[in-house]
Design a protein around this ligand. Structure first.
Ligand SMILES: Nc1ncnc2c1ncn2[C@@H]1O[C@H](COP(=O)(O)OP(=O)(O)OP(=O)(O)O)[C@@H](O)[C@H]1O
Ligand SMILES: [Mg+2]
Length: 246
């Protein structure tokens, strides 16, 4: 893999809070157009890994590179402008309508109103929310799945090359989740985005990932394609595989 095709890389990254090691010896790379899935149990360090990419937190040791440069060498706000982020908790503002939530990154970037309106409508359509019906609604007037769609729409609105998604389809019923996964896979394919996707669901990881990074207690213990994962002799990988009928 040549450097120019590498969008994100972790080089011997450790992260520590109050003397406690949360990540240790993490090495990863994400190629342009790839969906890398971070898979692992609750508390293994998935969200922490994601936050290091857009510098919501900073590595204690090692380096995180985005587009070939250390995240520490650029302005954090500038860095985040090129990265769409869907928070684990959704992160919608309750006092803003659906359209205002989705348009927020563009308003912060000082884009003009007409452009924002058009772009927001386009994004709502893209994630399957009819703008006529949904644009003026507040988050509490939407279902959980519709809120998660809004989160994805907001992450895409400024057309970033890189998307970070933290369990964006968690807490949904199986059918809604499957529908959203399919739609998301289509959107990513069509738009050619580079994605880092966090989940603890193996089925989702296999469906969406071009590669899977399996994490355990702050370390990446496996990195490979879904096919390689399915053939891995690693006990943790086997334990995951036993949870699903593939
Ligand atoms: N600011 C912090 N201070 C202290 N400990 C933290 C902090 N942030 C995270 N941790 C701890 O680091 C570990 C990894 O947290 P992280 O949020 O990355 O897990 P996760 O894999 O995303 O889990 P989940 O699937 O439950 O979201 C956890 O044990 C968590 O309690
Ligand atoms: Mg998490």
């Amino acid at each position: 893999m040549s450097e120019s095709r590498t969008i994100v890389s972790f080089r011997d990254v450790a992260f520590e809070v109050a003397g406690v090691r949360i990540l240790e010896g993490v090495n990863l790379s994400v190629a342009r157009g790839e969906t890398l899935v971070l898979l692992g149990e609750s508390g293994c360090g998935k969200t922490t890994t994601l936050k290091l990419i857009n510098r919501l937190i900073e590595p204690t040791e090692g380096e995180v590179l985005v587009n070939g440069g250390s995240t520490m060498a650029v302005d954090a706000v500038e860095l985040r402008r090129g990265i769409g982020y869907v928070l684990q908790e959704g992160g919608l503002f309750p006092h803003m309508t659906a359209a205002e939530n989705v348009g927020l990154p563009l308003r912060l970037a000082g884009r003009d109103r007409a452009l924002i309106e058009g772009r927001v409508a386009e994004m709502l359509e893209l994630v399957g929310l009819d703008p006529e019906r949904f644009a003026a609604r507040f988050p509490h007037e939407l279902s959980g799945g519709q809120r998660q769609r809004l989160g994805v729409a907001r992450a895409l609105v400024a057309d970033p090359d890189l998307l970070l998604l933290d369990e964006p389809f968690g807490a949904l019923d199986a059918l809604t989740r499957a529908a959203l996964q399919q739609e998301f896979a289509r959107i990513v394919r069509e738009l050619g985005k580079t994605v880092v996707f966090v989940t603890h669901d193996l089925h989702e990881a296999m469906l969406l990932g071009s590669r899977i990074a399996l994490m355990d207690k702050g370390r990446v213990v496996f990195l490979g394609t879904p096919e390689e994962f399915a053939a891995s002799p690693l006990p943790l990988a086997r334990a995951y595989l036993e949870t699903v009928a593939l």
